[in-house]
Design a protein around this ligand. Structure first.
Ligand code: PMT
Length: 219
């Protein structure tokens, strides 16, 4: 029987991709499956936390009864849902792959095939995690960084810029890490520490992340 180390705590987790509509049938999205975020939700719930899981489109279903799943589609909807709960949470973990840009105009009818080239104007989406960081009071905030180059520098930059307590780096240059895989390979950074982990199942990566959060937050 596991000890309920997160008993009495509320943990908000963002997961999955966001889809940004182009017209009624098309969208801009990415390869996130939701596996990393759903694994974090299961592990936090097993440790006794009340979990608010806010996920973009994903075929996954939560198992643990302490997980309250809210399904959203776009970055704007994810931000609204996060803000609805933000004041009530103790820990926030942002594992979602949020689209940085969305089409400026969503066509009301299916766009017809016409010219040889076609341009979509994009406009910046809200940065959900940065907004959480700006509003931070008692919350312990954990971000992810998905990088393809200058990984450590970029991750540390995001830790500072988004006012986080911890950041989890995964690199698409590591075999078996990142999107869709059942495995991930991470490095965790806090302001003063760097911890490297081996390639593991996302269930076990979630355990490592929550162990680190507990070591920092519950100390
Ligand atoms: O879902 P899986 O298939 O299991 O894949 C897991 C994952 C690869 C998606 C996950 O491990 C991961 O790395 N998630 C973060 C992906 C990402 O968008 O990273 P980023 O470096 O672009 O963003 C940095 C941080 O800011 C992230 O915590 C992100 O959730 C957050 N963010 C980014 C942009 C934005 N507009 N709002 C945000 O909140």
């Amino acid at each position: 029987d596991q000890k309920k180390s997160l008993g009495g705590k509320t943990v908000l987790i963002t997961a999955g991709p966001t889809y940004e509509a182009i017209d009624p049938v098309r969208f801009i999205g990415n390869h996130s499956s939701g596996k990393m975020g759903f694994s974090l939700a299961e592990e936090a719930a097993k440790r006794g936390a009340k979990v608010i899981l806010i996920s973009g489109p994903s075929s996954l279903k939560p198992k643990h009864e302490n997980i309250n799943l809210h399904r959203i589609t776009s970055a704007k909807e994810m931000l609204d849902k996060v803000l609805e709960y933000y004041d009530t949470i103790d820990i926030g973990i942002a594992s979602a792959a949020v689209a940085d840009y969305a089409p400026k105009v969503v066509a009301s009818e299916k766009i017809k095939k016409n010219e040889d080239t076609f341009t979509i104007e994009l406009i910046k989406n809200p940065d959900i995690l940065k907004t959480m960081g700006e509003k931070k009071a008692h919350q312990f905030l954990v971000g992810f960084a998905l990088e393809t180059q200058n990984e450590e520098k970029n991750a540390k930059g995001k830790l500072a810029k988004k006012n986080l307590d911890m950041i989890v780096l995964n690199s698409l240059r590591d075999e078996g890490a990142g999107f869709k895989n059942d495995t991930n390979k991470i490095k965790i950074f806090t302001k003063n520490e760097k911890i490297e982990f081996d390639l593991k199942s996302k269930e076990n990566v979630a355990k490592d992340i929550l162990d680190c959060i507990e070591a920092q937050y519950l100390k």
